[in-house]
Design a protein around this ligand. Structure first.
Ligand SMILES: [Fe+2]
Ligand SMILES: [Fe+2]
Length: 160
């Protein structure tokens, strides 16, 4: 993947310039980790390792993208161009507050059900937890679910 391709913000304040440098260097570091995972997946003869590394690669691609979006958004804000930043402003309260609350509540309920279901499933997989990857995968999904609940929790907190 290419190195971060856009320059620092023009006329940024000190902290904005510092933060921009951190964000872009982190985006580049994420890309390096990604390259290492891709190499590892190609070189190993273990199907299990390559399967798991593929999962991590999906995450690392997302991390790289998120850092780029953060850096671009900071640049947009610092340059005071009035353009919409790629990472949107927190607008839950301003736009369609009751509809946001309603749909968010529904999603939160689903995620909490999912959390209970995954916990139950993991107990069922207790017997094969060292001989298969299944329990590990359910564990990963439980962690994802915690993340989903945290994201929806943020929305809820900032919409009320
Ligand atoms: Fe990462
Ligand atoms: Fe989920």
């Amino acid at each position: 993947m290419a190195e971060t391709e856009f320059g620092p913000p023009i006329e940024a304040s000190m902290w904005q310039a510092d933060l921009f440098a951190h964000l872009t260097s982190h985006a580049d570091a994420e890309r390096d980790i990604l390259d290492e995972y891709v190499t590892a997946a190609k070189q190993t003869k273990s199907k299990a390792l390559s399967y798991l590394v593929d999962l991590l690669i999906e995450d690392e691609i997302r991390h790289h993208t998120l850092f780029e979006q953060l850096a671009k958004s900071l640049k947009t804000l610092a340059e005071l161009s009035g353009a919409e930043p790629e990472v949107p402003y927190v607008d839950f309260q301003k736009v369609d507050r009751s509809a946001v609350l309603e749909v968010n509540q529904r999603l939160l309920t689903r995620e909490r059900e999912d959390r209970r279901e995954l916990k139950r499933l993991q107990r069922e997989l207790q017997g094969v937890k060292d001989s298969t990857l299944w329990s590990l995968l359910v564990d990963v999904m439980r962690r994802d679910t915690e993340k989903h609940i945290a994201i929806l929790g943020f929305v809820d907190k900032h919409t009320r």
